[in-house]
Unconditional design. Structure first.
Length: 370
């Protein structure tokens, strides 16, 4: 078998090397590395792409979530409902503003929040709900929005894995008061380093987000609030603007790869990613489930197929969150999924031969497994 990497960022670079090289050199020669025209242009383009009025570039996906919570006046004494299956940044953002993360077991098939689960977790201290569009699959938002209106709650989308995904015809990030994105290099829209953005239709929120992320400044050396340094630098903004023009094409390639996986694995004892009606998945990750996960991963590794687990330890079992006092069994769906999930190689530049190698490796494992 040919080696199949889990992710190949160099392969993506080669497809647009001329554009990126010109852009990086132009920014380097300009001397304008912080704020400025490149950031303004990317923010405008990204807001248009998502379908909102404003985008504010920030330094990472975690900082996007943190600043969004601060802009929404979420802080000490407040509770924020999040799924128990997510990357730890979702919880860290809540903790960083002094609020308490309240975990909810996700939907068995999609790993996303459900309105029913959120409703059971609401208390008189609940201030916000953060649905995570996990692995690139949008969370159904209509019922969550109804619930939020009923209880006067803020919804902030964690769209860190869902650049370009849609549900009911609208892109993730545009379905709530604010949407938060990560531009970590491995994302569908990834920078050449860290980066993130918060999007919103509210001009007052956009202004507050800009102040919070830029030392609390209204203008240079006039500081209206106590802010932070969480800016997206000009070079990353310029790189992201180039890549944004290719994002839909890359996402479509991922969908085609996923169809190949679905077809090749359909008669095996594995569960392929869910595809709910009305949702356009962009397959940031292609995650299968099997009770023989560890053995399958070891077998594929010996065959040269690289896989990962997203995420092997649920939030409530992380040492950093012992303070939640939730032991094993507290969130059975999250724990069961964590023991079964395996992410197969997924990126736009995967070749047909590489996909066949992955499928053949999985099929060989189950044909020889005792």
């Amino acid at each position: 078998m040919m080696p199949v990497p889990f992710l190949d960022l160099a392969a993506q670079y080669r497809t647009i090397a001329h554009e990126l090289d010109e852009t990086v050199l132009r920014v380097a020669r300009s001397g304008g590395y912080i704020m400025g025209a490149d950031l303004d242009a990317f923010e405008a383009d990204f807001a248009t792409y998502v379908g909102v009025n404003h985008a504010v570039g920030v330094s990472s996906g975690l900082d996007a979530l943190r600043l969004a919570l601060l802009a929404a006046d979420v802080g000490p004494g407040d509770e924020v409902i999040i799924p128990s299956t997510t990357f730890i940044a979702t919880a860290l953002a809540v903790s960083s503003v002094g609020a308490e993360p309240v975990l909810v077991d996700p939907d068995e098939d999609t790993a996303n929040l459900t309105a029913e689960g959120v409703r059971r977790a609401i208390t008189d201290r609940t201030a916000c709900v953060i649905p995570v569009h996990l692995y690139g699959l949008p969370t159904p938002m209509a019922k969550l929005q109804e619930l939020a209106e009923e209880h006067e709650l803020c919804i902030i989308e964690d769209a860190a894995q869902s650049h370009g995904a849609t549900i009911d015809g609208k892109r993730t990030g545009s379905l709530s008061r604010m949407g938060c994105f990560s531009f970590y290099p491995g994302k569908n829209l990834g920078a050449m380093g860290d980066g993130g953005a918060v999007v919103t239709d509210d001009p007052d929120l956009a202004d507050r987000l800009r102040q919070l992320g830029n030392y609390g400044q209204e203008r240079k050396y006039v500081h209206i609030i106590q802010g932070y340094n969480h800016r997206l630098d000009a070079l990353q903004a310029a790189v992201l603007r180039v890549k944004l023009g290719h994002l839909d094409r890359w996402n479509e390639s991922r969908r085609l790869h996923a169809k190949r996986y679905d077809e090749g694995l359909k008669d095996l004892p594995v569960t392929c990613p869910a595809a709910p009606s009305g949702a356009s998945q962009i397959y940031h990750l292609y995650v299968i489930r099997t009770d023989r996960r560890d053995a399958l991963q070891e077998f594929l590794d010996r065959k040269g197929v690289s896989t990962l687990i997203h995420y092997p330890v649920p939030i409530h079992l992380q040492p950093a969150y012992r303070t939640l006092e939730k032991g094993e069994g507290a969130f059975p769906i999250a724990e069961r999924r964590a023991s079964q999930i395996l992410s197969l190689p997924m990126y736009a530049e995967l070749t047909s031969e590489q996909i066949d190698e992955v499928i053949n490796g999985v099929r060989e494992f189950f044909s020889t497994a005792s």
